[in-house]
Design a protein around this ligand. Structure first.
Ligand SMILES: [Fe+2]
Length: 267
């Protein structure tokens, strides 16, 4: 919100696309909606949800889906996204993005719900890989295989968060390159890049500071393997002046240009 003025003054010329958190705009009216109304004719806006909890034991609430659909119909985003996670059990909401057990049963459940919400939203729907701090003892497949199957069975797109892969590498010893090898080329609609804080024994996904070299290097590898796609920098803590953010976006574009995939992967 600190940069609403700079964006509306036209300083956002270097930015190709804006991402808005779905839940922040579900209620009609207010300054955030007015800013979105002013921005929409100038730049594409994609919506990114944090409240769907698609793998929760209970299905998404129809009232939530309907409110989101009305929002999407108003701004016509080329795709919308949320996270592969759960966030509630029964009436208990955690307000957090919790990791799922990657089992065949959960895959069946998520596939069914992806088909449902994609139909309600009426546009391409993507799921993002989250940062994880714990792992399940018993699973049937790793997360990348789960995503690959989800894409194959439903046509769901992927929002690939490169920083989250490195957070999982630090916390759980996972191999981010092996993850990228399992994702089908052409399935990534969007990338997220961000920073994290290394606390020695664990990494915290706090989106504080510029995108570090390790994330940019893995991003280059991902673009080379999976193809270029819209890329959003997430910088949520200690937000710097607007010019710094624009410079960061330019840096990311420069990295993407050096990643030259062998063929176009995605429209
Ligand atoms: Fe993200």
């Amino acid at each position: 919100m600190a940069h609403y003025g700079a964006i509306l003054d036209g300083a956002g010329g270097e930015v190709d696309v804006f991402e808005a958190i779905t839940e922040n705009f579900l209620a009609g009216g207010g300054r955030p909606r007015a800013v979105l109304d002013a921005l929409a004719p100038r730049r594409p806006i994609v919506f990114h949800g944090v409240g769907l909890g698609i793998a929760s034991s209970a299905p998404p609430e129809p009232a939530y889906l309907e409110a989101a659909r009305r929002l999407f119909d108003r701004y016509d985003p080329p795709w919308v996204s949320d996270h592969l996670c759960f966030h509630r059990s029964g009436r208990h909401y955690t307000h957090d993005l919790l990791p799922i057990p990657t089992t065949h049963a959960v895959l069946d459940r998520v596939c069914e719900r992806v088909r449902w919400v994609s139909k309600v939203f009426g546009r391409p729907f993507c799921l993002e890989n989250i940062s994880r701090y714990v792992a399940y003892r018993r699973t049937d497949m790793d997360e990348a295989t789960f995503f690959a199957e989800l894409v194959r069975r439903t046509g769901c797109g992927m929002l690939l968060d490169v920083n989250n892969l490195l957070v999982c590498a630090k916390n759980l010893g996972e191999d981010p390159h092996a993850f990228l090898e399992r994702i089908p080329p052409g399935s990534v609609y969007q990338y997220h890049l961000a920073n994290h804080t290394d606390r020695g024994t664990c990494a915290i996904d706090d989106h504080r500071g510029p995108v570090p070299p390790a994330v940019l290097e893995l991003y280059r590898y991902a673009v080379r393997r999976l193809g270029p796609a819209t890329t959003i920098v997430e910088w949520d803590e200690d937000v710097p002046p607007y010019e710094v953010l624009v410079a960061q976006a330019a840096r990311v574009k420069a990295v993407e240009r050096t990643a030259r995939p062998s063929r176009a992967m995605h429209p």
